[in-house]
Write a protein that binds this ligand. Structure first.
Ligand SMILES: [Zn+2]
Length: 459
């Protein structure tokens, strides 16, 4: 790929091409990527009022566009296209200038979101399911505004303070925090051009918390030096993940503690009067504890992914389905679960979510570092002996792998990771023998809700 091309290539589960026993997820050939900066936004009272008015206007547009599509569908069996609706925006001029105060970008993206909802509806219809027609949205639930082009908003930097500020048409200028400025500095330094903006709100007490996401294109990659090694990562039963070089990885215990507190408090809610002071206080604490758990796991996933990606050129993970991961208490055929009762009950484990996040971070880091990432079928990886090739269910006894044929003994999860690495190596060899064909480049789309989730992330 010539430098300067827009790319963001992490193949989805369905689209990853097969080579030998693996599927290629990241081919590591990119020079530039899309990256996001995500930060808290602290608008003043006036700017906040204008943001709220924007969301109300977008909600109105969304619902009007939905009504039009619904009526057309009822009358003719087909709906109005996104393009046709885009063309109607200009008709608002002179009639509803208030809606255009923020420019046409946010209106377009509200229509686009409806279009995505409609597309999902028809996809399910075609698949023979009985989906609900997209619904009208209430104002209190319409929380996101998007700008899919770098127009009618602008990032600027205060030369004196070094802080960035975000100017949005119809909203005004909002000064950004030091933390946000550091993120923006990093991406701009790597050649990134701001391309998209998303602003969302979340209810917090009686007010709102705002967040902004700026999508950058043309961010250069930061290739890591080659190591000539292959690393496999296995979803652990006893540990969260194990690597083929013998590391047992587990997210910090404080995360689980925070999650447990949230679950326990959730149960205590039943005894409180809904809406009462005690009830509200508990709800707030639950949210805080959940946030804390998520933040700890997030940090852990980033740090761990960094180490894994630095360790090898070829990264191999299991090809897991979301269902299998969240069913971890019951286990799968290949890996029967343990502590079913403990897990199924109050002590809901975070490990599914942690693994999802780890897999995501590994993919993103791999792309950035110019590594290749493979997914391989995990069938039998827990039973095969890497020393003699003997396959037997009895080779594994809980956390210990002991080959019944040759006596090779190791940690069960590490053993599975070794087998996963071997399968990945095999896939990599087949791929290279075929001339290392790169992944197909999808049509560039900056605001892709699933872009950061190449592997399923459990809730
Ligand atoms: Zn053996």
């Amino acid at each position: 790929m010539p430098p300067g091309t827009i790319t963001r290539v992490i193949a989805s589960r369905e689209k990853a091409p097969k080579h030998g026993p693996g599927r290629l997820v990241v081919d590591g050939t990119d020079h530039v990527l899309h990256r996001k900066a995500q930060f808290a936004l602290h608008p003043g009272a006036a700017a906040e009022a204008r943001l709220l008015a924007l969301l109300a206007a977008l909600c109105e547009c969304y619902n009007a566009a939905l009504a039009e599509r619904r009526d057309a569908y009822r009358a003719t069996g087909r709906t109005v296209s996104l393009f046709e609706q885009y063309n109607q925006i200009k008709d608002l001029r002179g009639v509803r200038d208030d809606v255009l105060a923020w420019g046409i970008q946010p209106v377009r993206s509200a229509l686009k979101r409806l279009d995505e909802a409609m597309a999902a509806f028809f996809r399910r219809v075609r698949a023979g399911q009985v989906p609900g027609f997209p619904r009208f949205r209430s104002r209190s639930r319409f929380d996101t505004a998007c700008w899919d082009e770098p127009t009618s908003w602008k990032l600027g930097k205060d030369a004196e303070t070094g802080r960035w500020r975000l100017a949005v048409q119809g909203v005004g200028t909002v000064a950004l925090s030091k933390k946000a400025s550091r993120q923006l500095d990093r991406l701009v330094k790597r050649g990134g051009d701001p391309a998209t903006l998303t602003i969302t709100r979340r209810r917090a007490g009686t007010g709102w918390v705002w967040r902004a996401t700026v999508g950058f294109k043309n961010v250069t990659t930061q290739p890591l030096p080659g190591t000539g090694r292959v690393i496999g990562v296995d979803r652990g039963v006893a540990v969260t993940a194990a690597t083929s070089d013998g590391q047992l990885l587990r997210y910090p215990a404080q995360a689980q503690a925070a999650r447990d507190t949230a679950v326990l408090l959730g149960q205590s809610l039943a005894g409180k009067k809904r809406g009462s002071r005690a009830w509200r206080k508990t709800v707030r604490t639950i949210a805080r504890e959940r946030c804390k758990a998520a933040a700890i796991v997030d940090n852990w996933a980033r740090e761990t992914a960094k180490t894994i990606v630095a360790a090898a050129d070829v990264l191999v993970v299991e090809d897991l389905e979301l269902k299998n991961m969240t069913r971890s208490a019951k286990g799968t055929v290949d890996k029967p679960g343990r502590n079913v009762r403990a897990k199924a009950g109050l002590n809901r484990s975070l490990s599914g979510a942690a693994l999802g996040k780890l897999a995501t971070r590994v993919a993103v880091k791999a792309e950035e570092a110019g590594r290749t990432l493979w997914r391989v079928n995990p069938a039998y990886t827990s039973q095969d002996c890497p020393a003699c090739g003997h396959r037997r269910k009895g080779n594994r006894d809980r956390t210990v792998f002991r080959c019944l044929n040759c006596g090779h003994t190791t940690h069960a999860d590490v053993n599975a990771a070794v087998n996963i690495a071997a399968a990945g190596q095999q896939a990599h060899t087949v791929w290279q023998a075929a001339g290392a064909p790169p992944l197909a480049r999808p049509k560039p789309r900056l605001r892709r809700r699933t872009a950061d989730q190449p592997l399923p992330a459990a809730a």
